[in-house]
Write a protein that binds this ligand. Structure first.
Ligand SMILES: *Cc1c(COP(=O)(O)O)cnc(C)c1O
Length: 386
């Protein structure tokens, strides 16, 4: 099966992966140590370093099977459990909420700041805090930072931890630090359509040493000694100190991850140039605009969220782009409007007006580092003719 058989002139995303990753994976197989070992440790160390880890203020990185597992472990390590409330946006992938539900907690959805700034609204977070609130989750939608200064200040006032869902936002500086290193834990994804990929993969960052240790234990059954250690050291027993999971990664993915990590910042810069071209093209166009207009911080430019002027026009714009063989997507159907969240927690239309208005107008356009600027021009022309 070839992915070149797709019908699109411009597809939604593409991965930058090739011989270097193939060679790195092949080397692991030839060396015959497949499960977590030295490459995973190196990948974790380099990932932490890229996100601001220093000897004085070290970050602890725990590589896991995917970002869903990362969220599950981060929530579990913060003690989130039955009866707790976790405040989060609904403008996210459903994993953010599903993992709170998996622990018996109740997701409490906060609206976005505005339709042009579709990240969680700090004022709404504060209004939703109750004695049952156990944590706040910020999602850096499309790679743009949530208002972390305000969110962390609110969290500190109420003595609550902040989890960052950084699935869209690896390698993004924020003020003096990096996204994913600002709260109690940052959760990253290396799924195939993310800014860097290992096929499936994820990682948790934390600046808290004890929490890092707990996360490491939870990753592997709560066992005090891993397979690599048992393989290389004198025979020793192990203990189980908490009921954990198996969310381990492996050396093949870590080897691929090291190659991908080395390309990340370059590729993020290429994505920024693609976004700039879209904005330039659409500057004087009334029919649609790129989200986050006027945003001043850094971004990983994970996706290109376009806002059409009127919800009623969304369908025909999608159709015109499809006719021009431009693939589009939709980020996101708000989590609170999925059947499960309606029936289980009583959510429905009108609960989050800004989130719903944004979703009704949003079309995700093609975005990847090697997207030709000519293709961006082609897409924008098709858009203008819609
Ligand atoms: C992709 C994604 C996830 C889940 O990542 P996986 O690695 O696929 O489990 C979680 N949150 C957001 C915002 C995502 O985009």
């Amino acid at each position: 099966m070839s992915i070149n058989s797709q019908p699109w002139r411009v597809s939604l995303s593409d991965i930058d992966i090739g011989e270097a990753e193939a060679n790195a994976a092949a080397a692991v197989i030839r060396e015959r140590w497949l499960t977590m070992g030295p490459r995973t440790r190196e990948f974790e160390a380099q990932f932490a370093q890229m996100h601001g880890s220093t000897p004085e203020t070290p970050l602890h990185a725990i590589a896991v099977t995917n970002c869903t597992a990362a969220l599950h472990l981060a929530y579990a390590a913060l003690g989130i459990g039955a009866g707790d409330e976790v405040i989060m946006p609904a403008m996210t992938f459903v994993a953010t909420a599903n993992m709170a539900v998996a622990l018996g907690a109740r997701p409490v959805f906060a609206d976005i700041a505005s339709e042009t700034e579709p990240t969680i609204d700090p004022a709404h977070i504060e209004a939703l805090i109750t004695p049952l609130t156990k944590a706040i989750v910020a999602v850096h939608f499309a790679g743009y930072a949530s208002r972390m200064d305000e969110i962390c200040a609110i969290a500190a006032r109420h003595d609550l931890p902040v989890v960052e869902d950084c699935a869209h936002a690896p390698g993004v500086p924020y003020k003096d630090g990096y996204l994913g290193a600002l709260g109690a834990a940052g959760c990253f994804s290396f799924f195939s359509n993310k800014n860097m990929t290992t096929g499936e993969g994820g990682l948790i960052l934390t600046g808290d040493e004890a929490r890092g240790e707990t996360l490491g234990l939870l990753r592997s059954h709560g066992m005090t000694s891993g397979t690599w250690k048992r393989h290389n050291e004198r025979p020793q027993s192990y203990d189980v100190v908490m009921a954990g999971f198996n969310y381990r990664t492996d050396e093949i993915r870590s080897a691929i991850g090291l190659v991908q990590l080395a390309k990340l910042l370059d590729n993020n810069a290429k994505r920024a140039a693609v976004t700039a071209r879209y904005r330039e093209n659409l500057r004087d166009y009334d029919g649609a605009q790129v989200a986050f207009e006027g945003y001043e911080g850094e971004s990983s430019h994970h996706i290109l969220p376009l806002l059409v002027d009127e919800p009623a026009r969304r369908g025909c714009v999608v159709e015109a782009l499809t006719d021009a063989r431009v693939q589009t997507s939709h980020h996101y159907i708000p989590t609170h409007l999925f059947d499960f969240y309606r029936s289980e927690y009583g959510y429905g239309e009108g609960a989050l007006p800004r989130t719903e208005a944004f979703s009704a107008r949003e079309i995700t356009l093609p975005m990847y580092p090697t997207l030709a600027l000519d293709d961006v021009d082609f897409i924008c022309n098709a858009l203008r003719n819609s």
